[in-house]
Design a protein around this ligand. Structure first.
Ligand SMILES: [Zn+2]
Ligand SMILES: [Zn+2]
Length: 363
């Protein structure tokens, strides 16, 4: 329950973050100086909730279609450049996002192609959730035309990419590690689990969480910018199927953020419709398995009416695997709707589309 005090703090807080005018006035007018310092401290203690992450799906299938595999452009509203989360398919998704007018900063004078501008100006750094090709093939394909940039991942992800992809046999070694000669265009930077790491130069801090993906170690990335958060999952199975508690570890971390209404978006996979035999899950989720996980999350959200807090989060469902060339997106969407998961607000990802949480507004 919000009282007048917390509402006032949020209003002031947003004012400070958006314009800094109040800080300027209070610092430079001696009469208000002490009061100003006190208010600034209050603003820092109660983070703003008005900021929004922009999330663009460059690729959102989990297979079959080689022009629509997992790749996401993500940036906080006040940042200039994107982070690329996974890199399954880049070219087609970038063209679609550009045609939809979504590439912030892209020159409209026709001087650059969308791919050229995005690689050289738009993307600041890459994060790779795991080394499966449907999350990395796009970066391999564009590597000769790309410019130097850091590639972040868990130590095991980066080691596998270095040993089995950038090894001067499967592909030239565009990384700065492993087999010589090294072209060194991609600077591999390890991020360690549950260790907040500053990524790029725009103040985004990423925390990596390990996931169990049918025997492969995958990653979830929690992005924090000015105490606003979004959560991106690489491929993952359900704890109950993976004999794991790794998803529960992630839920425990973000449940308090949901209670504080600072977690804006969760991008998470649902690969197959239900039912799906265990031996054909391959470390993925179905609608019913995701429902079980959302129930686990809801139970961890502190305070009364946790489902009301959960409603503020937008879940973007991705990595649907087409079968025999046919999309399962509508089937999965209908199954998720029919499960009536309390507080669960979701949208199915579409290639070249922008997602931001407009509901999580100051109130
Ligand atoms: Zn995948
Ligand atoms: Zn995978």
């Amino acid at each position: 329950m919000e009282n007048l005090f917390t509402i006032w703090i949020k209003v002031f807080n947003r004012f400070c973050y958006d314009s800094c005018i109040m800080i300027y006035i209070t610092v430079y007018y001696p009469f208000f100086k002490r009061l100003g310092a006190f208010l600034v401290l209050l603003a820092l203690a109660f983070p703003a909730s008005g900021q929004q992450f922009s999330v663009i799906a460059l690729g959102c299938n989990g297979g079959i279609t080689d022009n629509n595999l997992s790749a996401w452009l993500i940036k906080p509203a006040d940042c200039q450049r994107y982070l690329l989360l996974d890199a399954g398919s880049l070219t087609h998704g970038i063209d679609k996002a550009c045609a939809n007018g979504l590439l912030s900063g892209f020159p409209v004078d026709g001087s650059r192609s969308p791919l050229d501008w995005t690689l050289k100006e738009g993307i600041e750094a890459c994060l790779i959730s795991h080394p499966h090709f449907d999350h990395f093939a796009g970066l391999v394909a564009v590597s000769p035309d790309d410019v130097p940039k850091p590639v972040y991942g868990s130590p095991s992800t980066l080691l596998l990419l270095q040993k089995h992809v950038f090894n001067n046999a499967v592909w030239a070694n565009f990384s700065d590690q492993g087999e010589s000669p090294r072209i060194g265009k991609y600077r591999f930077v390890e991020i360690f689990e549950k260790c907040p790491t500053r990524v790029g130069d725009q103040g985004v801090v990423v925390t990596e969480f390990p996931l169990s993906h049918g025997g492969m170690r995958s990653s979830a990335f929690l992005l924090n910018h000015c105490n606003n958060y979004m959560l991106y999952f690489g491929d993952t199975g359900a704890d109950v199927k993976e004999s794991s508690s790794l998803l529960r570890d992630v839920w425990q971390e973000v449940a308090p953020l949901i209670a504080k209404q600072v977690l804006e978006i969760v991008v998470i996979e649902v690969s197959y419709p239900a039912p799906r035999p265990d031996n054909l899950l391959f470390g993925h989720l179905t609608p019913s398995l995701l429902a079980g996980e959302i129930q686990n999350l809801t139970e961890l959200i502190p305070g009364e009416h946790p489902e009301k807090k959960l409603e503020k989060v937008l879940f973007v469902i991705t990595h649907v695997k087409p079968v025999a060339g046919r999309s399962n997106t509508l089937i999965i969407e209908n199954q998720l709707k029919s499960l009536h998961i309390p507080g669960f607000r979701f949208v199915m990802a579409g290639q070249g589309m922008l997602y931001s949480n407009d509901i999580l507004e100051l109130k």
